[in-house]
Design a binder for this molecule. Structure first.
Ligand SMILES: Cc1cc2nc3c(=O)[nH]c(=O)nc-3n(C[C@H](O)[C@H](O)[C@H](O)COP(=O)(O)O)c2cc1C
Length: 203
């Protein structure tokens, strides 16, 4: 497959300083092929709680910044924790903001891959399934495979947050490469960055 340079925005669904999901995305950046760059979004805390009254008046600065970062990228990689068998509120809140008005350009018609890591034994399966459902609503173009459900996080990362588990590194590298190929494939189809085309076929 021919490969153009690809820029990926990686969004961790955790605001925690020592977040495993953030660490997973930093590892993804290290493991990316030379034609693909990944920047990890660190400002999700700046997105306020969604309020439709506010949304009808203005787009808050934190949402404008996020939309801008998304529009500068060719694709998106989201790493979600699982809280109470669901996605964390910060990700649901982000998608609510990115589903209306100009901010919707941030996700609509864009190639997106999903992964996630938990300290528990189930690897964020429920959270990732829910996130995929929400991203369908926002008309993102989801990478279908490979899935990467990362469990028992404490045994896979060192104390500095480096991903040390060899098998997880291989599987993460495969996911990143597949997302890059997905971006290039969709570029060739003319679908990417063309929300008008998508809404015309979705109705
Ligand atoms: C309030 C709360 C609820 C949680 N619920 C689940 C859960 O339902 N399933 C699961 O696998 N892990 C659950 N966990 C564990 C988190 O997924 C785990 O701590 C993860 O590492 C958090 O992500 P982070 O390291 O990126 O901050 C929960 C953690 C918290 C704090």
């Amino acid at each position: 497959m021919s490969s153009e340079d690809v820029k990926i925005l990686a969004i961790p669904g955790s605001l925690r300083n020592e977040s495993y999901n953030k660490s997973l995305l930093r590892a993804a950046a290290e493991l990316a092929p030379e034609w693909l760059s990944i920047s990890v979004y660190e400002d999700l805390a700046e997105v306020p709680l969604f309020n439709e009254d506010v949304a009808n008046r203005e787009t808050p600065g934190g949402v404008v910044a996020l939309r801008g970062a998304l529009l500068r990228a060719d694709g998106v990689l989201i790493a979600t924790p699982e809280y109470n068998q669901a996605v964390p509120g910060v990700l649901k809140n982000m998608i609510d903001w990115l589903s209306i008005g100009e901010a919707a350009e941030g996700l609509e018609g864009r190639p997106v891959a999903v992964t996630g890591v938990t300290t528990g034994p189930w690897g964020t399966r429920l959270a990732q399934t829910m996130l995929r459902q929400m991203l369908t609503s926002s008309q993102s173009i989801l990478l279908p495979q490979p899935n990467l459900y990362v469990r028992h996080a404490e045994s896979l990362f060192d104390e500095a947050g480096n991903l040390t588990d060899a098998e997880t590194r291989v599987r993460l590298a495969a996911l990143v490469a597949a997302l890059g190929d997905w971006v290039n494939l969709l570029r060739g189809s003319g679908c990417v960055h063309d929300p008008v085309h998508l809404s015309s076929v979705a109705s």
